[in-house]
Design a binder for this molecule. Structure first.
Ligand code: ADP
Ligand code: MG
Ligand code: MG
Length: 873
């Protein structure tokens, strides 16, 4: 029993329905469902995605397809009373691709198929409109020539332009029936000249040519690239919809348009859209004439408008989601040609979801599932005013979302200086920790080199600051304080605007809009919090970040990096002195200078997080990030430390590591220099008792980084516990605290049971764990990792979304081993993956207690966690 290859829709004979997207594609399922519920749809039939799969496997049509299509065509002729390829009333059809997911890479629709010299004459006669008939024919030859036969559309356009010039007219609509007839002949001649074969005049041959073109378009590079980027499987295939033509270009009582049941950019519940009188489908998007706002249709075509209003309401209620509709009015009669759930901005998504709950259309659970967590990003950062006209200089990586306008500066000191008085954009080839103060002061950061995980990108995301990274098209000329891009030279002090959500670098000052946290947003987040079981903390190093994150709903700090505090102001000198000290006394002096600074920072953070846990990671610098390298810096530091420059240079060189990522860092540092751990613990506990005395509830969780063996943790913990006792005794006050470790080395995951015996919590450092599991350095991966993704060797960048098969397995194993010996062991994640929705879902399933991410990702993680919980139920 062969499968059903073709499904009929319309004319009261619909076979498919809206749930059959797998088989009929989104468009086909939508047409079937509309026909079922009595929305006017021109009849037609859908060839299934299964046929496409079979066709692509064997490069041939499956047996029985021709017969099935012939039967459906006959049915269509009967339903419409027209004849395909001939007769007094010829049937014309459109051939439209339609995969399960809407895919811009797919074949363009062909309209008016079935025209030839006989049918065009018959149609001219039947409609008493010769111009219309020839206009349709010339459109058909142009579309078919372009889409199926590969003759560029521009070559046809050139012929049209020549003809318009000859006639001295501006619009296509000013060409006469005679002009169009001659153009059609010229088009056909062009096709024959280019392809060596006459333009097909047999309607059935035209139809099969178009059907094959749809199937083949599944495999075009454009379609493949789109699927890869959007995570759509390659083996779904596309359906083909053959649909009776209705004509919006039959005169002033005809029109075509697109509309939305709600405003797709704001979400407002208002009928929204555009239409064109006397026009056919593609004219609306082609921008040939300016379309009119849909509300004008009330005057121009009142009856059709009333019907359209009814239909849109019916469709939205039926599908229980905002719809994006395509329609055509033929001589006053309305037809719907497509319905699908409308693409919308993050703002609109939130508003629509919440209002639909209030309207009783969907449940709270559905509302929470409706908004893509990633979309919330747009709501939390300033964005480029969508109404602004912009001149794009270059496009880099959208490294940290948001928008920022400012004057260009090339030097971090300059940025720090000017940034207090006016907005500046720091433009660098790439950034390093020494640029930190400049990055803090700048509105946005632009780099010519580096990837999504470059220093600039990571630091900017942490700060919630807009960043465009790796804009390779800009040519830096730092010595002359300028850069060139797209033929434009930008000097220091010139305005540019960055769009960190798209990677655009824009010339001049473009207005940005700061989105407010609306009540609908808050409502949605409240609903999300009802369902999630995973807690969400934030990565924050300053009281300010902590306060921002708290506003976004963070339930604690999951990672406070103490070394980030070391970059502020001239603290870096004290840090350098500490590292470069020649003896314990020198180190003690430097530490004594750092202690009060650290204590002050911790006090600020504890106050900001009153009542919530704060995980503080002990020092984990790859040493080279701290050390001075330029001669001038070494000289400066030598003077400050009162040592000889050459000698200091030698000390710096002695700290040189071939592979710092795997070198003297993390707890290895604390093992070598226990007094550093001692100083940090002292700063933490003193801060804790100080603010506790003010009445603040403090819950410090001290985290030892880069542990590979239980013994390392045991020794570090011993120091921490000793310091705690000392501080508590001196203060006459105790606070509760935890000591735990990061799990960021495969060995730690493999021996998690041993480590758990020494730890009160684990926090997975998934950035390092990814590096060490793959054995690759994130900073160097930019050269080959994108290629790996492109070639499909790995499905996605493992630094953006957790590698479930490898790194994920280690996480699961460590959870199991750890809880095996200590069931109450607290488990969290503090890598950037904590803000990635797919990874969050995995962490939920692995049974973690919390994820931690940068402040601006907190709402994203909250929503993702709620969806993960709902999906599991
Ligand atoms: P896309 O997937 O790009 O939206 P469609 O298959 O929906 O492509 O076709 C694009 C446009 O062509 C439609 O919006 C509609 O205006 C027009 N169109 C398609 N089929 C027909 C038809 N049978 N009659 C009239 N216009 C049609
Ligand atoms: Mg469409
Ligand atoms: Mg780490």
């Amino acid at each position: 029993m062969p499968d059903q290859y073709v499904y009929f829709f319309g004319a009261g004979q619909t076979e498919g329905d809206g749930r059959m997207k797998d088989l009929l594609g989104g468009k086909g399922a939508g047409l079937a469902e509309m026909a079922r519920i009595g929305v006017p749809v021109p009849p037609g039939f859908t060839i299934t995605t299964e046929v496409c799969r079979l066709y692509l496997q064997g490069s041939a049509e499956p047996e029985g397809l021709r017969e099935a299509v012939a039967v459906s065509l006959a049915r269509l002729e009967e339903a419409t009373g027209k004849t395909f390829g001939g007769g007094e009333s010829p049937l014309l059809v459109s051939v439209r691709s339609g995969a399960k997911f809407s895919m811009p890479g797919m074949m363009d629709t062909i309209l008016n198929l079935g025209l030839n010299d006989d049918t065009v004459a018959a149609i001219a006669k039947a409609t008493e409109n010769e111009r219309f008939a020839w206009d349709s024919y010339r459109r058909f030859v142009q579309m078919y020539g372009d889409v199926v036969l590969g003759v560029p559309a521009a070559d046809f356009e050139r012929l049209i332009d020549a003809r318009k010039e000859e006639r001295g007219v501006r619009h296509d609509t000013d060409l006469s029936a005679g002009d169009l007839r001659e153009l059609t002949a010229a088009f056909r001649a062009l096709v024959e000249e280019r392809t060596g074969v006459p333009f097909p005049t047999d309607a059935r041959a035209q139809l099969w040519g178009a059907i094959h073109a749809v199937f083949d378009s599944w495999q075009t590079p454009r379609a493949k690239a789109y699927r890869r980027v959007n995570g759509i499987a390659d083996d779904l295939g596309t359906a083909v919809n053959v649909c009776t033509m209705v004509f919006g270009n039959m005169g002033d009582d005809s029109s075509t348009g697109v509309c939305f049941t709600r405003d797709p950019s704001t979400g407002e519940r208002t009928f929204y859209g555009e239409f064109l009188v006397n026009a056919q489908g593609e004219d609306v998007v082609a921008g040939i004439r300016d379309p009119l706002p849909i509300a004008r249709m009330r005057e121009v075509l009142p009856e059709a408008y009333a019907e359209l209003l009814d239909a849109q309401e019916k469709l939205e209620r039926h599908f229980r989601d905002a719809q994006d509709l395509e329609f055509t009015v033929e001589r006053g009669h309305l037809y719907l040609l497509q319905t699908r759930s409308a693409k919308r901005t993050g703002r609109a998504a939130v508003r629509i979801a919440v209002e639909m709950v209030n309207e009783g259309l969907i449940t709270i659970e559905e509302a929470v599932m409706r908004v893509q967590p990633e979309q919330l990003d747009q709501l939390l950062h300033p964005t480029i005013d969508p109404k602004a006209e912009v001149q794009v200089l270059a496009t880099g990586l959208p490294a940290s979302p948001g928008a920022a306008a400012g004057k260009v500066v090339f030097n971090p000191d300059e940025a720090a200086e000017r940034g207090t008085g006016e907005p500046v954009i720091l433009v660098r080839r790439e950034t390093s920790p020494e640029d930190y103060h400049g990055m803090v002061a700048a509105q946005g950061i632009l780099t010519a080199r580096g990837g999504m995980t470059s220093h600039a990108a990571v630091v900017a995301r942490g700060m919630g600051k807009c960043c465009v990274a790796g804009a390779g098209d800009i040519e830096m000329d730092e010595s002359r304080r300028r850069f060139t891009a797209n033929g434009v030279t930008v000097h220091e002090g010139d305005w540019i605007t960055l769009d960190g959500s798209t990677g655009r670098v824009i010339l001049g000052k473009v207005d940005t809009v700061i989105p407010e946290l609306t009540n609908t947003f808050r409502r949605l987040m409240e609903w999300a919090d009802r369902f999630r079981t995973l807690r969400v903390r934030t990565n924050a190093d300053t009281p300010n970040d902590a306060a921002v994150a708290r506003k976004f709903g963070a339930e604690g700090i999951g990672l406070c990096r103490t070394e980030h505090m070391f970059f502020e102001g001239d603290r870096i000198d004290a840090v350098r002195e500490m590292i470069l000290a020649e003896n314990p006394t020198g180190r003690a002096i430097a530490e004594a200078r750092l202690l009060p600074m650290q204590r002050g920072d911790f006090e600020g953070i504890f106050r900001a997080m009153d009542g919530l846990p704060v995980t503080i990671r002990l020092l984990d610098p790859p040493l080279h990030e701290f050390l001075p390298h330029a001669d001038s810096e070494i000289k400066h530091l030598a003077r400050k430390m009162g040592v000889d420059t050459a000698r200091l240079r030698a000390r710096v060189d002695a700290h040189h590591e071939t592979n710092p990522m795997l070198g003297h860092r993390g707890c290895r540092l604390g093992i070598s220099y226990p007094d550093i751990t001692w100083m940090q613990a002292q700063a933490i506990f003193e801060a804790a008792v100080n603010v506790a005395a003010e009445g603040v509830t403090v819950c410090p969780e001290i985290m030892v980084p880069l542990v590979a063996t239980a013994e390392e943790l045991r020794r570090q913990r011993k120091i921490i516990d000793e310091v705690a006792e000392e501080v508590f005794e001196a203060a006459g006050r105790r606070v509760d605290y935890l000591v735990g470790t990061m799990i960021e080395l495969p060995r730690a995951a493999l021996t998690a049971d041993e480590i758990a015996a020494e730890a009160q919590f684990f926090s997975f450092g998934t950035n390092d764990l990814t590096q060490t599991t793959f054995g690759l350095s994130r900073d160097d991966a930019g050269r080959f990792l994108p290629g790996y993704v492109e070639q499909g060797i790995i499905p996605h960048d493992p630094f953006q979304s957790l590698d479930l098969g490898g790194v994920g397995k280690l996480v699961e194993m460590a959870c199991r081993l750890g809880r095996g010996v200590k069931p109450e062991l607290k488990l969290g994640v503090c890598g950037e993956h904590g803000g990635d929705p797919r990874s969050v879902e995995f962490f939920h399933e692995a049974g973690l207690n919390y994820v931690s991410c940068s402040p601006f990702r907190v709402p994203v993680a909250r929503l993702a966690a709620a969806q993960a919980a709902l999906r599991k139920n």
